[in-house]
Structures are given as C-alpha cells and as structure tokens.
Ligand binder design. Structure first.
Ligand code: DGP
Length: 142
C-alpha cells in the first residue's frame, strides 16, 4: 500500500490551509460537510491522525472516529428529518476511495429518496453553511 500523502486535500483541511463547513471537533476527530453531498447533511468524519485508510489507522483513533460517527448519525437523523442513515467508508482506489485520508461518510436518508451519484454536484456554499450551523448546534446541545 502507498504511504500517507500529507498533501492530500483532507490533510490540508485538517491543517487549516483549506476551508470546510465544520460540524464537530474533538481532540482526535474532525467532521465537516461533504461539498458534493449525496443527500442533505452528508458529513465526513476524519481522524486527526494521519491515516490513509482502514489499513493503517491506529485502533484508538478508529474508536474515536466510530464514536463521533454514531453521535453524528443520531443527531443528523433529527436535524435533517431522516428516516435512516447510510454509513460508508472506502479503502484504496479499488474500494472506491478517492481522497486518501481515512473518512467515514454519514448520509441522512429519507424513505424512498435515492442518494445522488457520488461526487456529482457541488452544493451551494450557503446551503452547506446553513446545514453545518444546524448540525453543529444540535451536536453541541446534545
Ligand atoms: P471517497 O474518497 O470516495 O470517500 O470520496 C471523497 C469524498 O470527499 C467525496 O464524497 C467528495 C468529497 N470531497 C472531495 N473534495 C472535497 C473538499 O475539498 N471538501 C469537502 N468538504 N469534501 C470533499
């Protein structure tokens, strides 16, 4: 497996070199909205530690990502009026991974509404800001 590339786009977001619509942060995890959401509230949950994917992440960091994923899934259900949540995580190109810093997709789902195709359409910044504000406020309150 190739080694971790510190210049991947999510590493730049983690270092604050590129912006994001942040929804959650703790000492081990950062979560922000996907700029090409497959449904409203589509969130990416990342370890702060430099991990390419499931094969090189430490178990403590993976546990922290799992904890945050559960919290965001539960809160996203309420905030976006969802009936369910799809959770996805891709490993290596053959596994569907495009950005090589581990991330978990948390996608609130409404019954009968299909997800948009992956990475198909950039959402308007004002929609992302509004959704990030709602989700982060609910996460802080909960
Ligand atoms: P994948 O590695 O297959 O899980 O796909 C990467 C996802 O990251 C895809 O849903 C689109 C999203 N994405 C790509 N570039 C950016 C970016 O610069 N900012 C944000 N917030 N999301 C991004």
């Amino acid at each position: 497996m190739p080694s971790y590339d510190p210049n991947n786009i999510f590493a730049k977001i983690l270092r604050g070199e590129l912006p994001c619509h942040k929804v959650y942060e703790d000492d081990k995890v950062l979560a922000f909205l996907d700029i090409m959401p497959r449904a409203p509230g589509h969130t990416l949950v990342l370890p702060k530690a430099p991990a390419r994917n499931i094969f090189d992440i430490g178990t403590d960091d993976l546990a922290a990502v799992a904890r945050a994923t559960q919290k965001i899934a539960k809160t996203g259900m309420q905030v976006f009026g969802a009936d369910g949540v799809t959770i996805q995580q891709f490993n290596e190109g053959a596994g569907g991974q495009v950005v090589f810093h581990l991330h978990v997709h948390v996608i609130p789902r409404k019954a009968g509404v299909p997800m948009k195709p992956a990475a198909s359409e950039k959402e308007k910044p004002e929609v992302l800001s509004d959704n990030a504000l709602k989700l982060s406020a609910a996460l802080k309150a909960g």
